[in-house]
Structures are given as C-alpha cells and as structure tokens.
Write a protein of this length. Structure first.
Length: 345
C-alpha cells in the first residue's frame, strides 16, 4: 500500500520527468587520485531530513512505525534547479558515521560533481538504542533499507538531483544493506514510485544473508573487500554474487591483497570486536529472516540476540587504516560511478 511519502515522491518524479527537456543532466568529473580533502572548497553542505520507518525485518515493510531520519547532503558548486547532478547515498557501518567516511567521501564526491547524501541511521534512532551492542540488536539492516529508499525518495523530489542516476553505497553493516537493497522483493516494497538505484557498492560487507528469491532490480553491484579481512568469507561472497547474477545483475568483486576491515577509517592496525563471519541467514520470500543453523526466525531483539550469540565467535578480527588501499578503492569506486553515471547510454 502506497503511503503519503511515496505518493509525494511519485508526484515529484513525474514533475521532474515533465521538465526533463528544460533540465541539464550534468556529467561528473571523477579523477584519480581523488581530491585532497584539505584543499576542497567548492562544495556546500545541507542538513536535511526525510521520511522513513522502523521495520525490524522485511516482513514489517509497510506496517512499521514512521520515522524522520537526518542526513548531511554534500552538493557540487553548480548544483541548482535545472542542472541535475548524479548522487550517491552513503550508509554507515556498525560504528556509526565516523568522520573518515561521510565527512571525507562527501566533500570528495561533491568536488567531482556527485552529490553525496550521508544518512544518519543510528543518530536518528537514539530512542531505540545508543550503545554499540544495543544498536546491533535493535537497529536492523531492514531499518537501513528503509532509510536508503527514503533517501532516494527525498532526492527524487529535488530539482538539482537526477533521480535516475543515484547509487547506493554502504560500509560493512551498511554494505550489507546496500547489497540487500538490490533484491526485487526489497525494492518492490520500499522504492518510491518504482524508482530504483542505478548501482550498488558494498565496502567490506560480510556476506551473511542469502535470499530465497534471487531476482534483482537489474542494477550492477561492486563488491570491495580486503583479502585479509576475517569477517569476509570469499566463498560465501561468491555464492551471493552468483545468486545476484542469476537474478539479473552484473556483479564485480575486487579483493585487495593485504587489506583488512575498515581500511578507510582512522584506527591503526589492531584487533577488535567479535567474529560473525560464520553467521548464516536466509531471507524467505515472505520477508522472514531465518537462521540457517537453528531455523529460528529473527523477528525481534530477543531472538536476534540468541541467533547472533550462537553464530559469533569470541575471537577478535583485524581492522586498520591503509591509505594505499583507500587510494585503490577510490579508483575502483570512481570507475564504477563513471560507468553508471555515463550520459552516453
């Protein structure tokens, strides 16, 4: 059932389409290496908010409570009504919006002609959880998905953004959501007026869940991870990639030798957290998320805690900044965006 925000987004998209002849689609100027953040001056930043919801699992889409979510929107200097730029929606990881991500990628992308919307999934739900563990238990991937498509609906209503050239990218926890958003059963329930993301990028996202229904939106996926990242099981990621290819999408996997988790953060190389690479979930056709080991449905914080407690391991995993790998991933991310945003199609 369409909600008022979806109807408003549909109207906005129709109005954008009606004025397309009078609007200029602006091509980005993505370079390698990316601009030095310290030298960037020609971008502007807006604090925005948009309508979303709090579905615990995909079964709750359409019946979850409403939620206003905040974001930082970084805009190219030329962005204005009548000059529509492409955009990237960025989803943070389980640590939240660390400065090395949103506040760095945002200005860099905007300086190259790509609007960047940094979504505040955690900061917008402090009534649900504030500590690391509580956020993992109470703020789920499905809420990230609702935020992603809520952000797309918001961007579709702006005269300075081209709604047909919006890419969804996420980091770790957010990278899982960026991948799940490709599946047709997710997009069909959440996408505004049947609008879809033009592409998806998953930075070091654990390949935990597989979908019973592998049909996709048809958009391509770029999957980036470190060869030494112990949260990543390459064989499992290959299975997920094959599922997506059978479902109708092109998938590119790039593994960086020597890299570990969160190479674009600030933390020096070290060990942190708990292992969850062994967790195995399945998303059923009705939206139920089920643990493949116990067959328990993940339909609330209590069962989510049990399931994750049983599949995670007490030993920590390596994490660490690597500027060389970040330069490589910037290059690969930029090439992907250039292809998706091309105006020659």
């Amino acid at each position: 059932m369409l909600t008022l925000p979806h109807l408003l987004a549909a109207l906005a998209i129709w109005l954008c389409a009606a004025s397309a002849q009078a609007s200029e689609l602006v091509a980005p100027r993505i370079v390698d290496p990316w601009p030095d953040p310290a030298t960037i001056r020609n971008v502007r930043v807006e604090s925005v908010s948009f309508a979303s919801s709090d579905p615990f699992s995909p079964r709750d889409f359409g019946r979850a409570s409403g939620r206003m979510v905040g974001a930082q929107l970084y805009l190219p200097s030329y962005a204005a009504a009548g000059r529509r730029a492409p955009a990237v929606v960025l989803l943070h990881g389980s640590a939240g919006n660390i400065a090395e991500r949103g506040a760095t990628y945002g200005p860099q992308l905007a300086a190259m002609g790509v609007a960047a919307m940094v979504v505040e999934t955690y900061a917008s739900r402090t009534d649900l959880a504030t500590s690391f563990i509580d956020r993992v238990l109470h703020i789920t991937e499905s809420m990230f998905l609702a935020d992603a498509y809520g952000a797309l609906a918001y961007l579709a209503g702006r005269p300075d953004i081209d709604p047909h050239r919006v890419v969804l990218a996420g980091f770790s926890y957010g990278g899982m959501a960026a991948t799940y958003a490709m599946y047709a059963q997710i997009a069909d329930r959440l996408a505004p007026a049947r609008l879809r993301f033009a592409g998806h990028v998953a930075f070091y996202a654990p390949c935990i869940a597989r979908f019973a229904d592998s049909r996709t939106t048809g958009a391509p996926l770029l999957m980036l991870y470190g060869a030494e990242d112990e949260l990543i099981r390459p064989a499992r990621c290959t299975q997920v990639a094959d599922d997506l290819r059978r479902g109708g999408s092109e998938v590119t996997i790039i593994s960086y030798p020597g890299a570990v988790h969160q190479w674009d953060g600030a933390m020096p190389r070290g060990l942190i957290g708990r292992q969850l690479a062994a967790c195995r979930l399945r998303v059923e056709r009705d939206g139920t998320v089920r643990d493949q080991r116990t067959l328990l449905p993940m339909n609330g914080p209590f069962l989510r805690k049990i399931i994750l407690g049983l599949c995670t391991e007490a030993r920590p995993y390596p994490i660490g900044r690597d500027d060389r790998i970040r330069a490589l991933s910037n290059r690969d991310f930029g090439r992907f965006l250039s292809g998706v945003f091309s105006l020659n199609d």
